[in-house]
Design a binder for this molecule. Sequence first.
Ligand SMILES: *Cc1c(COP(=O)(O)O)cnc(C)c1O
Length: 373
Amino acid sequence: MRDLIRINQPFLGKEEIDAAGEVIRTGILTEKSGMGPKVLEFERSFAKFVGTKHAIALASGTAALHAALLAADVRAGDDVLVPSFTFAATASAVLLTGARPVFVDIDKDNYCMKTDSVERVITRKAKAVVPVHLYGMPAEMDPIMDLAHQRDLVVIDDAAQAHGAMYNERNVGSIGNMTCFSFYAGKNLTTGEGGMITTNDDDYARTLRMIRTHGEERPYWITRLGHNYRMPEISASIGLAQLKKLPLFLEKRRKNAESLTEELSMLGRLALPREPERGKHSWYVYTVRLRGANAGKRNKVVEKLRAKNIEASIYYETPVHLLPLYRDSFGYKRGTLPETEKAARQVFSLPVHPKISPEDLDYIVENVKKVIV
Ligand SMILES: *Cc1c(COP(=O)(O)O)cnc(C)c1O
């Protein structure tokens, strides 16, 4: 049997090995200010890639979300609007601040937060909104920004899966007040663990740098509560090498997605993901939805593909509001978010990462066609 085709896999080479080796040779593994030479260089390069004034490197995507919420002064007694169809970290970051996550339903076509649904559940205590660019598909940021302006909300978008995505001809990362990226091993760009916040706001940038290092205004002078959310120098050096390759990675992901679309569109039984108008998908994963009578067979389909060593995956089988922690803490019940719950039953994702070869794609297509009859 052929090797497992993973849903996502880091793409590392000599450049990353050399970069990490160089850091080890210099012996500077971290700086207590959080601003070692490689971190500063990675931040500058990432800010340039996204087109923002600032980028602040952090220890993880979750740390980035938590720090951004803290910088927005989100605290106990506040509400934060988040989608439930996401990785739990989006909502956990809210809980970590002491605030309450208020879950919002999705748009059935792009799987991202729907502005109408935000309006339906928004409360007087709402202080921030966290749209997620799910699977790499940019969320509808313009109506969200308008609503945030009217209701005085801070927009912190979760771009953990959306490095290189574009919305209405603007880069994801340059639209919300603060945008959080993840560099976890499976993401489009990896440093092993790591995260980044991009922002054009000088005050947020300064506050985030303080939160990253124990709330220090200057060495050992602590003026607010912070964490150790620093990114190690080795990670930053790997990130720099990865960032140079990111355009190529994205091109390969897009090509792979396009060939899947070409081959699978004639099936008719699958709703396929599409590139947004005037925007770009970052193709973190290729997520399809089983239509009609087939919808109930989703788990079987995934099992069969896995038996063929294709790591088809379900993101996310249980929406966050129905996870025990959230369901029990806030009393959420099944049926609260109909589009989210329906998508959670019907979607599955296929790999399109840059290590996927044309032969892998043929094999995936052949097997998808076989199991969806
Ligand atoms: C990966 C991910 C995170 C968390 O990032 P980490 O770097 O793993 O902490 C948050 N939100 C979404 C949507 C993610 O996919």
